[in-house]
Design a protein around this ligand. Sequence first.
Ligand SMILES: [Zn+2]
Length: 483
Amino acid sequence: MMDYEPVIGLEVHVQLATKSKLFCGCSTEFGSEPNRNTCPVCFGWPGSLPVLNEQALRFAVKVGLALNCRVSDRIQFDRKNYFYPDLPKAYQISQFEMPINGKGWVFIDIPGANGSVEPQKVGITRAHLEEDAGKLLHEGIKDGSLVDYNRAGIPLLEIVSEPDLRSPEAAYEYLVTLKSILEYLEVSDCNMEEGSLRCDANVSVRPRGETKLGTKVEIKNLNSFKAVQKALQYEIERQSDMLENRERIVQETRLWSEGKGQTFSMRSKEEAHDYRYFPEPDLVPFTVSAPLIEEIRKTIPELPEARARRVMRDFGLSEYDAHVLVQDKKLADYFEACVREKVNPKLVSNWIQSELLALVHQARIGVEECPVQPAGLAGLIRLIENNTISGKIAKDVLPEMFATGKSAEAIVNEKRLVQMTDTKLIEEVARRVIEANAKVVQEFRSGKQQALGFLVGQVMKETKGKANPKLANEILVKLLKAS
Ligand SMILES: [Zn+2]
């Protein structure tokens, strides 16, 4: 089989976190009673006029600046016309000719071997404002469908990438990076279950080395980043097989079925809509002033990429660790709050990424709701640093802190978990262990290094994990060499 290269571009719809809709005062609250958040503007009733939500405009510009886009100073909207029951006006107000944000770019990190990361620049084609459509409900309804217009008119930013992505993994990384930036900017809750972040993918394949683009297929119904990755994998394979068999790929829209793990044809290019865009006559074009753009620029916080560089520089973390920590703003905040308690940053990073995150994920909560707050985790790490308890004991203490909300110190005192650093006591146990394991001792003497590990393990077991492992090791070696 020939070597085929996929060419991928993504379209992401982000719901902007405004309190009211894009062109009227209706609430954007999720989960309201169907059709409660609607008004004549939502429905386009005669005599009603849309008014642009200033906050939505500010959010859009903020994202554009963060994605290094050329921000247009002229705002214009267009009507995208199509007839479908989810669209009460029979047109959607969008931006066609003059998107608020033009070309830009973002860096993504592609994980490489040995915990390294390869940065890759991904072009942004545009990021424009538009209103959402309503939602049709088909399930469990006989003879027809129901429609909920609460979503109609909710502000969306459609972020379109250049076809710069070359693998499903890169597409996944792009989405993770984009989500992370949007969260840092606090312009969207990025909740995929509630539809605040939706993605369509465009993908084509071509023989490696070919510069002309192949025929692209659009995939819809991608409900998670993992679904995007899986659907792309499936589609790349399908298209490569077709090229291999000299079949013609048709330009079409396909739907991803998570249950079947396949894409299915939805409509071909011939059936595609002609949206007959024209300038929205009810919203006159206007100019965004340079001072306003500068004012918005000042509200952009330190973004993940810059934060990762700072965390590496200030705390000596590896590229990989910094990358994992900064991706989630709240996790990075937790880490930095912990480090402010003057404990070893590398230890903090390890404890957060292994033990703490496991507990947080298990409890299905966010790290900001974690019962063990940064000062609490720092308290536990301090006990390891000053040899009060071993790392092994600490692994038992943390879940208890999580469950009870008690401090590490309180639990260690209550349960008498303080580490044994008394050489005499450890020596006593070590002697017993040596006596009871003559065969293993023999193995150690004949040069088998693993035997020592087993003996240390026995000392730890005898002392219920309380012996200082380093001391146990030293004492055992001393006794074995002496006898
Ligand atoms: Zn309304």
